[in-house]
Design a protein around this ligand. Structure first.
Ligand SMILES: [Zn+2]
Length: 135
């Protein structure tokens, strides 16, 4: 299983968004080709919640469409955990209905030590997926 590769510039975008949105969960879509993330599309958390997130379907559709037009696809659905560890919550698992994408979670639980992890979630079973963050 090859690692999902996240360029440093995109990792820094994820971090900036999560810190800006905290204590609300931030979310978005990581698009790219193969295993390599090429773009982060930040999305609105329409729940405005500190412990879950909901993407606006029309906004999500627009992102998926523009990725497709650029020859890219959705590699991961991303969100932040402002105050909890980087692992899917029971609700994250329940709402993970797309088996062919990964789920990335950026935890700010330790503000000086953010943790980004990727997971495959299939029919309620969570498997951590290798992640390579470039400098
Ligand atoms: Zn979550």
């Amino acid at each position: 299983m090859s690692a999902l590769v996240i360029p440093g510039s995109i990792y820094r975008e994820l971090l900036a968004q999560a810190r800006k949105q905290a204590p609300i969960e931030a979310c978005g879509i990581l698009g790219g080709r193969g295993d390599r993330v090429e773009v982060f599309c930040p999305m609105t958390n329409t729940d405005h919640s500190a412990d879950h997130f909901l993407m606006e379907p029309a906004e999500q559709f627009k992102v998926v469409k523009s990725l497709r037009a650029a020859g890219q696809r959705v590699l991961a659905i991303h969100h932040s955990h402002p105050a909890s560890p980087s692992r899917p919550s029971a609700e994250d698992i329940r709402l993970a209905l797309t088996p062919d994408v990964l789920y990335t979670i950026l935890s700010l639980q330790g503000p000086a030590n953010p943790v980004l992890k990727a997971f495959a979630i299939c029919e309620g079973v969570v498997t951590e997926h290798p992640l390579a963050i470039e400098a």
